[in-house]
Write a protein that binds this ligand. Sequence first.
Ligand code: NAI
Length: 395
Amino acid sequence: MIIEPKTRGFICITSHPNGCEKNVLNQIDYIKSKGKIEGAKKVLIVGASTGFGLASRIASAYGSNASTIGVFFEKPPLEGKTASSGWYNTAAFEKQAHKDGLYAKSINGDAFSNEIKEKTIALLKKDLGEIDLLIYSLASPVRTHPNTGVRYKSALKPIGDSYTNKTVDFHTGEIKEITIEPSTSEDIENTITVMGGEDWQMWITALKNENLLSSGFKTVAYSYIGPELTKAVYRNGTIGKAKDHLEETAFSITDSLKDINGNAYVSVNKALVTQSSSAIPVIPLYISLLYKVMKEKGIHEGCIEQIYRLYNERLYLDKIPMDEQGRIRIDDWEMRNDVQEEVTKLWEQATTESLPLIGDLNGYIMDFFNLFGFKFDGINYEDDTNEMVLIPGLQ
Ligand code: NAI
């Protein structure tokens, strides 16, 4: 079929297998160009198909020759209907990994469920045994609790007062003011249940009970802090409460791993265009301005550059550098004073008219379409393309 982008608000409901493949191969090339990373050899990635989780899988496989199992929740293709991009990304990754002699298998389903944890445990027992690293990179708007069957929905809202600020519709470039009403206490609890640390802990407990964690095992989950500008809606909002919970959970997981000398970490990553971040109001405008400033200073990074730095310059050092709250920081360049001062100045000036000049809206739009395999050079989007691409190591 001829595959074109079809957007609905902040998502794209089609994706292009050849473009997704290009996206994956570019990331593989980046890691190969960097040489060997001293890292884990058997890695489980929960949330492995897009964004930071995909980059983590690629960096482990191609930096450290690791065997990887990826867990994710993606839509397979149907005749005449494309798969979701994470499906095609994984198909491309596994195809290449198998060609290069790397073990790579995947499980598609709800990572919050007992069933998917059990399936993963069975696969580990059969194929890999103990793992040395678990990357927890889930981003989901909903979670069905495995013990009660209750379905929780997260909210992206401020706490206490309503929040008014600028936001951009990145399809049209129009900047408008939006007001987000404050959350209820139920919104806060629900968001913590979906995006907090409980499920991360459940994964670790389930794997440890089956003796599937190696001595010296590490696990990392991803968090975000961000600037003053987005504080009310992000870090001091409902999602920030969930991130506080995730960060606290790292300490209780570490306590539970003492007997195997294991450790749990949270890495605070940079704001980037992913399917999850495009859904958060205000963030796309912030990212457009941030990209402009960081690109001008030569310090812009995407997911793969971020994870390379996490593995190579943080996680496997004898002494891991951390902030006062015990978090790994790879958002250090985003949070530099000179970067934030410039972004704040640009924020004041940003209007529909000025944004194309002072911001990097085009960079945002490119990254957004790239997530779904569109707008890559060297791909003929008018070609008849096979949408029925399968994931070779899908269980
Ligand atoms: P993403 O949307 O690109 O990836 C989410 C992954 O989770 C995908 O692999 C998806 O299939 C999987 N997933 C979602 N629901 C699932 C379910 N029920 N079962 C199994 N898999 C499921 O998201 P992104 O942005 O890479 O986020 C990953 C983590 O990084 C999140 O914790 C996010 O808060 C954090 N982060 C993101 C930043 C950003 O700017 N995008 C910045 C800093 C941290």
